[in-house]
Design a binder for this molecule. Structure first.
Ligand code: SAJ
Length: 445
């Protein structure tokens, strides 16, 4: 029996031991789904705190119920360890580690490389490795494959290697790890076949593609699509502002088209741990091939411009009532990267706060999900502070109020009633902004 046949047989009998490297917002839900399918799972994690928490039957991930973790712990199906050598026990290893961007928007592959080297140390015939971390096309073949083959094994014969992009949307009540279709592409057809066979034990639908590159690019297309379309509606917001038309009214009207249109909404910029980052993996890779991904670059410029655009609207509004920015009191409502989340990563609100402070504005913010913004090496100096209570006095005494993140828990009608000026970057109030007189045509020289 070949190694392929032996592994396929072990999968069919649900006797495979699964390893998950990284028990974060991708790895822990995946490990729990594997365990729920009756597979024994070894979660390898570098955080002692996370290991101890999972070992105690707890969960640090909102979308993973502690009761599920403790049930799997009691059933002996899930364990967490700091010891990477335990990967030698595993027949299937899913790598779910972060792939952040460096300051110059170059991919930081250090977590993937560390995980790959640990897997290579433990590599033995009969193992299937699946990289899930979002990355540039070619990573699986150019980084992971050579590292594994250096151990003297042959891919597709001794070991098997695939890429399968994570599609975890934290907080999404409808789509989660098990019911979100999972794309998967292997180095060889046999790799893809084994990857599909094992992932189908715990994921409802696995979508095979012909290569890891196709799978890597699938993820990047999904999120680049969003980033570019958000850039488009943000540019439309600036166009409508110049024309004195409500961009919200135009988007709502365009959304009545039952085909060929997909609604995106303008805002203060682009935040989160996926959308602002993922397209830059593609841009970076293509730069090494001397190709400039112009759409990504341009959308990035527009999205990055939005905090300054909206701070400019505050300046205009204060100017209209004869107040300078310097010394003005501005209350920012909502700083998380999107509504109803407690995540500040890449939030454009941080740039908004910093820009306001740099203009001499006395800034306060209120966000029920973000009690404090601390200095963490990425935080702009002007953004550091604590969330202020949203009292009537706070609303009345502000020279202007900016709605930057439209959390559902805020009463925006109350904000509109009590605040003298409201700059609403999300149309949280729901009423299309009143059309202003269009800017005068530029006099022909
Ligand atoms: N944003 C807009 N206008 C929009 C949509 C989003 O300004 O029309 C802004 C948000 O405020 C936020 C940023 O873009 O600052 C990203 O928002 P997002 O809705 O794309 O949310 P994310 O970052 O949580 O994206 C995740 C992604 N999930 C994965 O990569 C697995 C993305 O692919 C999902 O489509 C998205 O969730 C989702 O639909 O919720």
């Amino acid at each position: 029996m070949s190694t392929f046949e032996a592994l396929s047989d072990k999968i069919a009998k649900r006797q495979v031991v699964c390893g998950v490297v990284g028990l974060g917002y991708v790895g822990l839900p995946l490990a729990v789904e594997m365990g729920k399918a009756g597979l024994r799972v070894v979660g390898v994690e570098k955080s002692q705190r996370v290991v101890e928490l999972v070992q105690a039957g707890g969960s640090h991930i909102k979308d993973v119920a502690a009761k599920d973790v403790s049930a799997l712990r009691r059933a002996g199906l899930l364990e967490a360890t700091l010891d990477m050598r335990r990967l030698a026990e595993c027949d299937v290893i899913s790598i779910c580690v972060p792939t952040p961007l460096g300051k110059t928007k170059d991919p930081d592959m250090s977590f993937v490389v560390t995980a790959t080297e640990a897997v290579a140390e433990a590599l033995r015939p009969g193992q299937l490795i699946v990289l899930e971390s979002t990355t540039y096309p070619g990573t699986t073949r150019e980084v992971l494959l050579p590292t594994f083959e250096k151990q003297g094994f042959t891919v597709g014969e001794d070991f098997f290697l695939c890429f399968s992009p994570e599609r975890v949307d934290p907080g999404n009540a409808r789509w989660h790890t098990k019911n979100t279709p999972k794309v998967l592409g292997g180095i060889t057809p046999g790799c893809t076949q084994l990857g599909k066979q094992v992932y189908e034990l715990f994921i409802d639908e696995v979508v095979p593609v012909s290569s890891p590159e196709a799978a890597e690019l699938t993820k990047l297309l999904e999120n680049t699509f969003r980033m570019i379309n958000i850039g488009l509606v943000n540019e439309m917001a600036m166009i409508c502002d110049k024309l004195g038309v409500s961009v919200w009214e135009v988007i709502d009207a365009a959304s009545t088209k039952p085909f060929g249109f997909m609604k995106f909404t303008p805002g203060p910029g682009l935040g989160g741990h996926c959308i602002p980052l993922d397209p830059h993996y593609l841009a970076w890779k293509m730069r090494t091939l001397h190709y400039k991904t112009r759409m990504i670059e341009l959308a990035g410029e527009i999205n990055t411009e939005m905090p300054a655009f909206w701070v400019g609207k505050v300046a205009d509004a204060l100017n209209d009532v004869g107040k300078p920015m310097r010394g003005a009191r501005v209350l920012v409502i909502g700083v998380a990267y999107k509504k109803d989340v407690d995540d500040l990563r890449e939030s454009p609100a941080l740039d908004v706060l910093d820009l306001l402070v740099r203009k001499g504005v006395k800034v306060q913010y209120h966000d029920p999900y973000i009690p404090e913004i601390v200095e963490d090496g990425h935080t702009p100096a002007g953004a550091v502070g604590r969330s202020a209570p949203l009292t009537d006095e706070a609303l009345r005494s502000a020279d202007a109020v900016m709605i930057v993140t439209d959390h559902s828990s805020i009463d925006y009608k109350r904000v509109g009633r009590l605040a003298s000026i409201v700059i609403d970057t999300r149309n949280a109030n729901g009423a299309p902004a009143p059309a202003r007189r269009p800017e005068p045509a530029v006099a022909r020289s």
